[in-house]
Design a protein around this ligand. Structure first.
Ligand code: PLP
Ligand code: SF4
Length: 356
């Protein structure tokens, strides 16, 4: 399965240039050691409109020279994941949950990838020993209730490797909630086979959740919808994490359509991430004030179920913080709160009388 699909993946600018008319900014991207590798699989490539140089899907996968400019405040590891690493592959940043870097490989490399210090670095999948070490750690830390299997994209592993890994974690902690963090429903939906789903069903002592990353409504193809259905039909709830990306989805209309489409396909919009301060991604970031305007308008247009939480993962490992508009204007010291309505009006909310 791995091989089959990787064979026709576009892996060089030369190859890409023979298939698309590259712009000056794309042509001047320099492949090399310091760069996130180029990889675009045939499925995603075929979703790109070759006639539109500003195509939002193209922008996510075709590199430009802007990636090679470092800007103020940027860092290769702003979330300080390395400092929070327990082992080479296990990040313990929040007390009750850990992230395990299953592999650095993805079916395609997103040019906005925030984990680019690790992604595509040719480290490959975690070894059995690395998985066992992580499992031992979690066994010794019962406060850890959830594990995020992330990367890279965990679904680039073969079925048997996924089975082996899940077995090890489940054996150590049958009660552990496992989040399957994968972009394959958007980038390689054919990977989500009944055989793959059967592996998770076999290990159902505690829930799995699938955490997808759809950034644009056009990524929700018929194939993608089938991939999502397979998870949800098997009792694996689907949650989506969108990255707010300039020139891709920094428009209220686009995000409204995306969130409604996700919800209609049984995917809960979970996070809308403000871009992390990762080196070489400034051209993708949206100014905070604009992000907050978008969030405010989305809140007016979307149902509570369709509304993601607009969030930033702060630099220097500050952690995730919600950026949603605050409607509280103040309080008079007597327990009366002045609160704005989404339409711009004002209401007062009274605290209960103090006492016992
Ligand atoms: C984002 C993240 C999590 C999960 O956070 P939630 O807010 O629960 O989705 C866990 N560990 C690390 C290191 C993370 O970056
Ligand atoms: S699929 Fe995820 S890990 Fe892989 S390049 Fe894209 S954002 Fe990064």
């Amino acid at each position: 399965m791995e091989q089959e699909k990787q064979d026709h993946t576009i892996r060089s600018m030369a190859k890409l240039g023979s298939l698309l008319t590259l712009s000056e900014d794309e042509k001047t991207f320099q492949e090399g050691k310091q760069a996130l590798p180029v990889a675009i699989n045939p499925y995603f490539f075929n979703l790109i409109d070759p006639k539109d140089p500003k195509d939002p899907l193209r922008r996510q996968v075709v590199p430009t020279r802007f990636e090679q400019i470092e800007n103020r405040g940027e860092d290769i590891d702003p979330l300080e994941e390395i400092d929070h690493s327990i082992t080479e592959r296990l990040i313990h940043r929040y007390e009750n949950r850990v992230a395990f870097l299953v592999t650095d490989i993805c079916p395609l490399y997103c040019r906005h990838c925030f984990r680019r210090r690790f992604t595509g670095t040719f480290n490959g999948p975690a070894t059995r020993r690395q998985i066992e070490e992580a499992a031992e750690y979690i066994q010794q830390h019962p406060k850890v209730k959830e594990i995020l299997l992330t990367g890279g994209d965990m679904m680039t592993l073969s079925d048997s490797r996924i089975d082996e890994m899940v077995t090890i974690f489940r054996t150590a902690r049958p009660d552990l909630i496992i989040r399957l963090c994968t972009r394959t429903p958007a980038t390689w939906p054919q990977r989500i086979t009944d055989d793959l789903i059967a592996i998770f069903k076999k290990h159902s002592t505690a829930p799995f959740y699938v955490m997808t990353q759809f950034n644009h409504p056009r990524e929700l193809t018929e194939e993608a919808k089938i991939a999502i259905s397979r998870f949800v039909d098997a009792g694996i709830p689907a949650m989506n994490q969108t990255v707010l990306l300039r020139g891709v989805n920094d428009s209220v209309d686009t995000l409204e359509e995306l969130c409604n489409k996700l919800l209609a396909n049984r995917v809960k919009p979970y996070y809308l991430f403000q871009g992390d301060l990762v080196s070489g991604t400034a051209h993708f970031r949206v100014p905070l004030i604009r992000g907050m305007e978008i969030e405010e308008e989305l809140h007016r247009r979307l149902s509570g179920l369709a509304m993601p939480s607009y969030t930033v993962d702060l630099p220097e490992g500050g952690g995730k913080v919600p950026l949603a508009k605050c409607y509280i204007e103040g309080n008079d010291g007597q327990g009366t709160w002045k609160i704005r309505t989404p339409e711009g009006g004002v209401r007062y909310y009274q605290d209960p009388p103090s006492g016992d």
